[in-house]
Each structure stands twice: as structure tokens, then as C-alpha cells.
Design a protein around this ligand. Structure first.
Ligand SMILES: Nc1nc2c(ncn2[C@@H]2O[C@H](COP(=O)(O)OP(=O)(O)OP(=O)(O)O)[C@@H](O)[C@H]2O)c(=O)[nH]1
Ligand SMILES: [Zn+2]
Length: 205
């Protein structure tokens, strides 16, 4: 998949800050409250600022995040796994949080990337309106395209507040999605090693 086409940075005109705040006042009225009462007066401003935080991924370039790589790793060519990264995202159907963890691994082909960049990549796609399947694919496909490793594995384990605080109210239900490429797709042992490492409890101090 072409990463550029899957990186859905929105193209429509961005509304002004005052238009965004007016929209929040409309939603407050729709919810049944009065946006002119004291406790709600500053809420449109706060919500606009919160949206800048929730959706900061639209201002980030996922390819640029992975631009800097290193080759001086003494020929290290085993799996690199960053596991248990907190994932914060937002359901594109209901605009409520998707919260969970992401595990990202790759098999380097000469080049490695700074490990924090894997976390930045997860945030870049997470902090947007998403489905879990889409962001799982976007993370894996960007790593695949930019780093050109021997394989990529991504697993996301998350709870959708649209299923816990509304709708079917299945509080404990967690959704797991995976995307495997290269040797993780073709070599069952490699896939199994990834799954074992992800589920093992050992954590460095
Ligand atoms: N596949 C997928 N579905 C999602 C994700 N996030 C939310 N959904 C689902 O999107 C669907 C939207 O269904 P609709 O029938 O259009 O909306 P709805 O009436 O609000 O659905 P309910 O949640 O069943 O009340 C629901 O089944 C959600 O559970 C996601 O990341 N991936
Ligand atoms: Zn939802």
C-alpha cells in the first residue's frame, strides 16, 4: 500500500477557531445544557485546545519520523521489539477514545531506527480519528516502506469506549489486531517468537 495515500491528512479547509468553538456550543445545547452558564463558558475554548492535543497526529509526518537510521550495530539482525506502548486513539465513528497497548517489531536489514521513533510513529497515527485496523496497517506499512526491513509485526490490543460506555456496554471486551509483513508473514517460527515475546512478562528496570 502507498503510505502517502494511506496517510489521510485532511485536505478540506480548516475552520477558524471561533467556528470550532461555536460548534462546541451547538453540541452543548444538543446535549441539553446551556453554554452561557458560568461553568460552561470556557468549555468551547478548552475543547478546542483538547482537540489540538487529541488530534496532533494530523500535523506530523510519519515518514519524517523514521528518516534518521543507524547502521553501526555490529551486524545486529535479530528482532527489535518495542512492546507495551500505551496507545491513545479516537474512534472515527463516535469520536471517543480507543485506549490500549501497541507492540511493534521489525527484523532489520542492516539499518535500525531509534527505538523512540517507533513510539512516535504509533502516536502519529493514534492521535487521529481512526479504526483499529487502519492504524495497525498504517504503522506496519510505514515501517515497511521507509525502513525496508526483512519483516514487520504490529499488534494492537485495545478497548473502544464506544463499546464500553455506550452502545453494547461490553466493558471488558478488548479488540486485538495484527499486521505481519515479510518474514513475520512467511515464517511461522518468527511469528510465534513475536507472539511469545509480546506475551512474556519480563520487563527491564
Ligand atoms: N471494525 C471496526 N469497527 C469499529 C471500530 N471502532 C468502532 N467500530 C464499530 O463501528 C460500528 C459502527 O456501527 P454503526 O451501526 O454504524 O453505528 P452505531 O449504531 O453507533 O453502532 P453500535 O456501536 O452497535 O451502537 C460499531 O459496530 C462499532 O463497534 C474499529 O476500530 N474497527
Ligand atoms: Zn466507536
Amino acid at each position: 500500500m502507498d503510505v502517502a495515500s494511506s496517510d489521510r491528512i485532511p485536505k478540506p479547509r480548516r475552520p477558524s477557531r471561533s467556528e470550532a468553538e461555536a460548534a462546541v456550543r451547538t453540541l452543548i445545547r444538543w446535549a441539553g445544557d446551556d453554554p452561557t452558564r458560568e461553568g460552561l463558558l470556557e468549555t468551547p475554548d478548552r475543547v478546542a485546545r483538547a482537540y489540538e492535543d487529541f488530534f496532533r497526529g494530523y500535523t506530523q509526518d510519519p515518514v519524517a519520523i523514521l528518516a534518521k537510521t543507524f547502521e553501526e550495530v555490529e551486524g545486529y539482525n535479530e528482532m527489535v521489539l518495542l512492546k507495551n506502548m500505551r496507545l491513545e486513539s479516537y474512534c472515527e465513528h463516535h469520536i471517543v477514545p480507543i485506549l490500549g497497548v501497541a507492540h511493534v517489531a521489525y527484523l532489520p536489514d542492516k539499518r535500525v531506527v531509534g527505538i523512540s521513533k517507533l513510539a512516535r510513529l504509533v502516536d502519529c497515527f493514534g492521535k487521529r480519528l481512526q479504526t483499529q485496523e487502519t492504524m495497525t496497517s498504517q504503522i506496519a506499512d510505514t515501517l515497511e516502506k521507509v525502513l525496508q526491513p526483512r519483516g514487520v509485526a504490529v499488534l494492537i490490543d485495545a478497548r473502544h469506549q464506544c463499546m464500553t460506555t455506550r452502545g453494547v456496554h461490553k466493558t471488558e471486551a478488548a479488540t486485538i489486531t495484527t499486521r505481519m509483513t515479510g518474514e513475520f508473514q512467511t515464517n511461522m517460527m518468527m511469528r510465534q517468537e513475536f507472539m511469545t515475546m509480546v506475551t512474556s512478562t519480563a520487563v527491564g528496570v
